[in-house]
Write a protein that binds this ligand. Structure first.
Ligand SMILES: Nc1ncnc2c1ncn2[C@@H]1O[C@H](COP(=O)(O)OP(=O)(O)OP(=O)(O)O)[C@@H](O)[C@H]1O
Length: 276
């Protein structure tokens, strides 16, 4: 297993953000995490990134306990977190240049990093925008820069927290196919948090559904689609069936279903009392 969570608990004061989470993620797997607000998706991701310490249990990458952030893992957030005063190409190179200064790397290392930055600019379709500043780019383009920057250090694991949450529907579709392409080419293991069930199914090999209060894994679904995804698959019966199943389960686990049933009952009672 590339990543293993064994009986992981996380408390924030009285809040149990993660309750006994156990999950194994294989090398090169693409895992998506969905679930109602507050079910612990971001906490789990941040724990994998080493940005959050867990209260109990084991979090392992290739059998070794995570003790903090590392070069083997990179994170992409919903907000682009680019340096506004640096051009696109400088944003992508920034971390490596810093590494070269602080660790006395040779100029050959810096040269290699430069080659990688150019390759990533091409891969992400950013070559023509290399000299632009972030505020001159659309949201989708800025997120491409953020992904390229995350890939710069050749991480084995990419952790993505609602990276396309702020983008419009058409740009999201383009980004979906782009990230699948990156996944195939770079052979990274990806853990991807989203609120969007369709996105979770389209991207994931497996969808992990989490539930709130306390935050926990409710169920895990294999995605019954071919490895190579195409937009048309979103209309396939097996896609729609899984989408329905996930949406129903999210409603049930978040308490929304009970609220809706109650509303329906109250409306019925009101109608019986005051027939039109
Ligand atoms: N730093 C923190 N301090 C206190 N409580 C926190 C902190 N971070 C998260 N929590 C709580 O832990 C629980 C899980 O939060 P988390 O952000 O991981 O959920 P989520 O599924 O990512 O939610 P959303 O989909 O709304 O982003 C929530 O009840 C949240 O309020």
């Amino acid at each position: 297993m590339k990543i293993e969570c064994k009986n992981v608990w996380k408390y924030f004061g009285q809040t149990t953000a993660l309750q006994d989470v156990s999950l194994g993620i294989a090398d090169n797997e693409f895992i998506t995490l969905v679930g109602a607000s507050g079910c612990g998706k971001s906490t789990l991701l941040r724990t994998l990134a080493g940005l959050e310490t867990h209260s109990k249990g084991d979090v392992l990458v290739e059998g070794k306990a995570i003790t903090g952030p590392g070069q083997d893992r990179a994170m992409v957030f919903q907000h682009y977190s680019l340096y506004p005063w640096l051009r696109v190409s400088e944003n992508i190179r920034f971390c490596r240049q810093l590494g070269a200064q602080t660790h006395n790397r040779s100029s050959a290392d810096v040269e290699a990093a430069s080659g990688r930055a150019d390759a990533l600019l091409r891969l992400m379709g950013l070559t023509a925008s290399a000299q632009a500043y972030p505020n001159q780019l659309s949201g989708g383009m800025q997120q491409r820069v953020a992904i390229a920057r995350a890939l710069m250090g050749k991480p084995q694991i990419l952790l993505m927290d609602e990276p396309f949450g702020a983008l419009d529907a058409q740009t999201r579709e383009v980004m979906h196919d782009l990230i699948l392409h990156v996944h195939r080419l770079e052979r990274t293991t990806i853990v991807f948090v989203t609120h969007d069930v369709e996105e979770a199914i389209y991207l994931g090999h497996r969808v992990v559904l989490m539930a709130p209060r306390p935050g926990r894994i409710d169920s895990i679904y294999d995605v019954p689609l071919p490895a190579r995804r195409e937009q048309d698959m979103k209309l396939a019966p097996e896609f729609l069936r899984l989408k329905r199943q996930l949406l129903d389960r999210i409603r049930e686990t978040s308490g929304m279903k009970t609220d809706l049933d109650q509303l329906q009952r109250l409306t019925q009672v009101a109608e019986e009392r005051n027939p039109v």
